[in-house]
Design a protein around this ligand. Structure first.
Ligand SMILES: [Zn+2]
Ligand SMILES: [Zn+2]
Length: 302
């Protein structure tokens, strides 16, 4: 296991950043190949594009975020693995890498140590730039509760395998138009939909709760991200599964998780306590107060 503390990251040369970032930039143009003569885009390609966006956005928010990063509900070891595979089809690296970075974000949000703060480094750095600022290693000290599962550590190392297999399956069943529109376009849209949480939700929207960062609530972003737009709620109190604290705060991820709990695949979903919803709850000692058990580990490790 590679133990890399973000605070000790060695600098990267500008050339290395470009070499590593170029495939990501090029993939943005790949869907345009569907305009080439000989490629006929059918309605089914658009249906698959929308479905893969929806299912994988749920996986990003319900699995990477609310399960692996914050441990806000429980599940079996087998379903935990299957959830990690599904989340990793989003092509956002391994579940452990994702969780380690996210816990770091909560611990230092909007301070100079935050890995992706638009307040500290501007919109584009928080949106995409930070991923090429030598953040490719997984800081296992921040995810000790997850690193004890060898199957998750293995999956974290071969993070590229689930998206590659998904892309191949889409190509086999729907051909080139399916690959370009159904898989590639939905992946690019999914990336930027997810990235808005790091960039826009710390810049635009309403601040309902007093937090130590600049997190905000946005209805529009909650639509794009199936419920993650209630980011100020979430920074105020991280330990609950539900992020839309009121019935009118649309939180589609939470509704789907309730469905999974109903059929017994997950359990111990956490609701926000009344004093949290009312805003009278106060974090006690440190920035991690209100974090679920997994996130609580960071306070001890750091
Ligand atoms: Zn979070
Ligand atoms: Zn945040």
């Amino acid at each position: 296991m590679v133990e890399v503390r973000y605070e000790e990251r060695p600098p990267k040369t500008r050339l290395m950043v470009w070499v590593e970032g170029t495939p990501f930039i090029l993939l943005h143009f790949v869907p345009l190949l569907a305009l080439l003569p000989g490629i006929e885009v059918r309605p089914i390609d658009w249906v698959v594009c929308a479905a893969l966006y929806f299912v994988r956005m749920f996986a990003v928010t319900g699995i990477y975020h609310r399960y692996f990063s914050h441990r806000t509900y429980k599940t079996s070891r087998v379903f935990q693995f299957l959830m990690a595979v599904l989340a990793q089809t989003s092509s956002q690296k391994g579940a452990l890498w994702w969780a380690a970075h996210h816990r770091h974000h909560h611990k230092y949000s909007d301070t100079p140590q935050d890995v992706h703060s638009p307040i500290q480094r501007g919109f584009w750095y928080a949106h995409v730039g930070w991923m090429w600022d030598n953040t490719d290693a997984t800081d296992y000290s921040k995810i000790k509760d997850l690193a004890k599962y060898p199957e998750l550590v293995f999956l974290n190392k071969v993070w590229w395998l689930p998206p590659t297999l998904l892309g191949f399956a889409v190509w086999l069943s729907l051909g080139w138009s399916g690959l370009l529109i159904g898989f590639c376009l939905s992946t690019v849209l999914l990336w930027h939909g997810t990235f808005t949480i790091n960039s826009l939700t710390h810049l635009f929207g309403k601040r309902v709760y007093e937090t130590t960062d600049e997190s905000r609530n946005s209805f529009l972003l909650s639509l794009v991200t199936l419920g993650e737009g209630w980011h100020n709620n979430h920074h105020y109190y991280q330990a609950c599964t539900r992020q839309g604290f009121h019935w009118w705060q649309l939180d589609i991820t939470y509704y789907i998780l309730r469905g999974l709990a109903l059929v017994g695949l997950i359990w111990d979903i956490r609701e926000p306590p009344r004093e949290v919803v009312e805003g009278t709850w106060r974090p006690s000692k440190h920035r991690d107060a209100g974090a679920a058990e997994g996130s609580g580990d960071i306070a001890k490790a750091a």
